[in-house]
Design a protein around this ligand. Sequence first.
Ligand SMILES: [Zn+2]
Length: 229
Amino acid sequence: MLEQLKQSVFAANLALVKHGLVLFTWGNVSAIDRDSGLIVIKPSGVAYERMTADDMAVVDTDGKRVEGKLSPSSDTPTHIELYKAFPKIGGVVHTHSTFATAFAQSGRAIACFGTTHADYFRGAIACTRALTKAEMEKDYERNTGLVIAEAFKGGDYAACPAALIKSHAPFVWGKDENEAVHNAVVLEEIAKMAYLTQTLNPKAEPADGHLQDKHYYRKHGANAYYGQK
Ligand SMILES: [Zn+2]
């Protein structure tokens, strides 16, 4: 079932390696088929070089495995909560990419310092609150998804497709698994740029609001004009 999606999710997982976002078995990509409500996700703890498309796990939104001989990623409940909270997304990526993770570990949002950030993410990339002891002891991975959703209460998850989990690392999403991987690569790059910006000038201010708006809306929304028609 979902053979094409399995191929695509497999390729998207390998793309994380190619782009230098993951080491060993860290990181995972999933995609949801909104018609059936089924999620295809990387299996848990399988080396990327031995992985095949057939190894991808298929689960339902209760986390029950409906196909695949291998257990799904241990982060699956986080992916599921994001698909539930953000109905317009089709793909989710989790990595421990270095610079984005450094911000998460510092408990700091990534401010929008310039156009590279503004082209992709509207406003600062939020860092969630810490999970409580009780939230860690029971349903830790599910609660991780819930704190991300909580950080977006009233916010636009489609306009800012990433969040940093405090003391952990980023989760990134997109309309499908490929866009989510693309956004994860961009997130790491802008985290690096923000780190360097603040190192060069600890008093650096976020870019002016009108510049942020200009760059975001020339690529997104009804009046976008960037790229080919
Ligand atoms: Zn993680």
